[in-house]
Design a protein around this ligand. Structure first.
Ligand SMILES: NC(=O)c1ccc[n+]([C@@H]2O[C@H](COP(=O)([O-])OP(=O)(O)OC[C@H]3O[C@@H](n4cnc5c(N)ncnc54)[C@H](OP(=O)(O)O)[C@@H]3O)[C@@H](O)[C@H]2O)c1
Length: 165
């Protein structure tokens, strides 16, 4: 099963196009968000894009398989037994789309857009205002049913099942 997971606001902002502006310790970061991220980004396996990787290196040991997507055949990463560099997203779609094992798609925008047509579920943590200028809104036009909502301090997490053909 492939699940997309992200944090956003009602304007679909998900982060900065220039990561020089990314500040994980921003004073405006809602209390409770880190705990919610730790709760919803849990699965055996995760894939992120090359751009997002530097933001989440501390989380690499938490997963059985941690995949990084890039077209760059020369891209190398620090040695972790569970980390693989992948050049063809179809490899992961074939492995996980109809599997009982979950692949979380942890972002960013380019990577959610790639996997959205193959996903079964969306997990969206909604906060009042997300910093940044980058929008991910392609999920809005997908046919889906909300099956759960979880309230937490300063936010709400929405769970959708996608109607796959
Ligand atoms: N709000 C949240 O929950 C959340 C979570 C994660 C990230 N983010 C945000 O997302 C933003 C980054 O998103 P982004 O779209 O710029 O970057 P990204 O999705 O993290 O990574 C983009 C990279 O993925 C690789 N890629 C894209 N398509 C590919 C394909 N078909 N095959 C192989 N590799 C492919 C490319 O690497 P190459 O150029 O090397 O080929 C591309 O540069 C940041 O602002 C970050 O903070 C937000």
């Amino acid at each position: 099963m492939i699940k997309l997971v992200w944090v956003t606001d009602n304007n679909d902002i998900i982060g900065h196009s220039d990561l020089a502006h990314h500040d994980p310790a921003a004073a405006t970061r809602p209390a409770g968000l880190d705990a919610e991220i730790n709760r919803i980004f849990i699965a055996d396996n995760i894939v992120v894009g090359k751009t997002t990787l530097p933001l989440c290196t501390d989380y690499i040991p938490h997963y059985k398989s941690f995949y990084v997507l890039t077209r760059d055949k020369n891209f190398t990463v620090a040695d972790h037994a569970n980390l693989s560099v992948i050049h063809d997203p179809q490899e992961l779609v074939t492995k996980y789309q109809d599997s009982k094992e979950t692949l979380l798609v942890g972002g960013g925008k380019a990577i959610w857009e790639l996997f959205l047509p193959h996903a079964s579920e969306l997990i969206i943590a909604l906060i009042d205002s997300h910093p940044g200028d980058l929008k991910f809104d392609a999920w809005r036009s997908v046919k889906k049913t909300k099956y759960n909502e979880v309230d937490w301090k300063n936010g709400k997490t929405h769970y959708y099942a996608i109607h796959r053909k």
